[in-house]
Design a protein around this ligand. Sequence first.
Ligand SMILES: Cc1cc2nc3c(=O)[nH]c(=O)nc-3n(C[C@H](O)[C@H](O)[C@H](O)COP(=O)(O)O)c2cc1C
Length: 127
Amino acid sequence: MRLWKLSYTSIAVAAHDAALRQAHEICARSGDRNARIDVSSVLTVHRGRFAQVLEGPEEAVRSVLRRIMGDPRHHSLTVLADGPLLARRYGNWAMAYRDPKAFITDQLDDILQQTADVVRAMKATWH
Ligand SMILES: Cc1cc2nc3c(=O)[nH]c(=O)nc-3n(C[C@H](O)[C@H](O)[C@H](O)COP(=O)(O)O)c2cc1C
């Protein structure tokens, strides 16, 4: 089955400290469920928003997203990335909290890597 990456951001209903507590609770409770369906994930909270990356078989990732979308602890979920993945970044984490700075650094690394891959592939077609 295809390996997939999906990331999103959403607006937390609770104020920052409570949302941070919720994120830690969610990480503690969801790890086993994610692991059972081979999904790895990180979650962060920043300025009243959740952001999460889900990796795993496409169908499994979509089924987790469907459940998350119905969760009353957040709203206005916006998908940021939704596409195939060559290798997992968070293979060791079924569900972990990640500091926002580390989270965004990881995502920037991925974007720069993808851009470099596309440029390399384009150059290869020029010869
Ligand atoms: C921001 C956010 C991220 C979540 N991430 C996950 C997740 O990765 N895996 C998961 O099983 N549940 C996650 N949940 C919790 C689910 O929405 C849901 O509460 C939980 O899976 C229990 O579902 P159930 O009540 O239908 O059993 C998340 C919830 C929120 C608000």
